[in-house]
Each structure stands twice: as C-alpha cells, then as structure tokens.
Design a binder for this molecule. Structure first.
Ligand code: ZN
Length: 148
C-alpha cells in the first residue's frame, strides 16, 4: 500500500514538474510522436557529445500524467549515457512494459524511480502512454547514429 502511494507521488511529481522539458519549436511538426489512443504527443531533441554520449535530451509536448512522467524520468536516466547503451535501455524498457509476467517486478527491482510505472504494465491501453517517449528516443538515436 505504502509503495503504491510512493509511486503515485513520483508520477505526480514528474508530470507536474517535468525534468528536461523545453520549448522545441525549432523541431518540425512532422517529427511529433503521437499516441492517438490517449492524445499524448511529444517532440524530442537529442544532442550527442563528441564522446558519443547523450549530452542533452529534452522533450516538449503534452499528454497524460503517465506519458509526461515517463518522458521526464527517461531524460534523467539516459542523459550522459553512451548512445548504444541508451538505445538498449529504451528497448529493454519497452519490452518490460509489454511483459505482463515479469515487467512490473523487474522495473521495481532495477529501474529506480521508473518502478513507479510498473503498475501500468497491467493496462495495455496505458502502456502506449508510458512507452511513447521511449519509442521517440529510439528514433532519435537511430537518426543521430545514421549521421555519424
Ligand atoms: Zn496517455
């Protein structure tokens, strides 16, 4: 019970005070990532440093508390990581959100604040909210690496 309250607090905190949210008007509307089933949409800006790490990761957009909190926590987790590692993390997270058998417990054991999203695994409609930013970062990483 206490855990559920804690997780609720984490999601509310990140959705009300998102980290690394910025005005990204310079990114064209054609690059908006959408989750039509809920109405979430976001833009993502990933800048790689000369060392091949994620130097800056910011998002813009609107959506439900889950989508915004997930994007906010994602930027905090992936910032500073090597691109390849960040790509693997994104794949892992998306996989866990779709793993109704072990997803929740793995998130709770290994993923820090993102454990707060473990309860979403049981709700397929909301999984799309939680994974929107992570699909977006996969795209951004693939584009960034394609350019180098
Ligand atoms: Zn949503």
């Amino acid at each position: 019970m206490a855990f559920d309250d804690l997780y609720q607090e984490i999601i509310l905190d990140h959705s009300r005070n998102p980290r690394n949210r910025a005005n990204l008007d310079h990114i064209p509307e054609s690059e908006v990532h959408d989750n039509p089933s809920c109405g979430d949409h976001l833009k993502l800006e990933l800048l790689a440093g000369p060392d091949g790490n994620v130097e800056s990761l910011r998002f813009d957009g609107d959506g439900c508390a889950i989508s915004v909190a997930s994007a906010s926590m994602m930027t905090e987790l992936l910032k500073g990581m090597p691109l390849a590692e960040a790509r693997t993390k994104a794949e892992e997270f998306i996989g866990l959100m779709k793993d109704r058998e072990h997803g929740k417990e793995t998130l709770e054991a290994d993923w820090g604040e993102l454990a707060a999203l473990g309860g979403v695994v049981a709700y397929p409609m909301r999984v799309k909210c939680a994974t929107l930013a992570w699909h977006a970062v996969e795209d951004s990483i693939d584009k960034t690496r394609g350019q180098s």
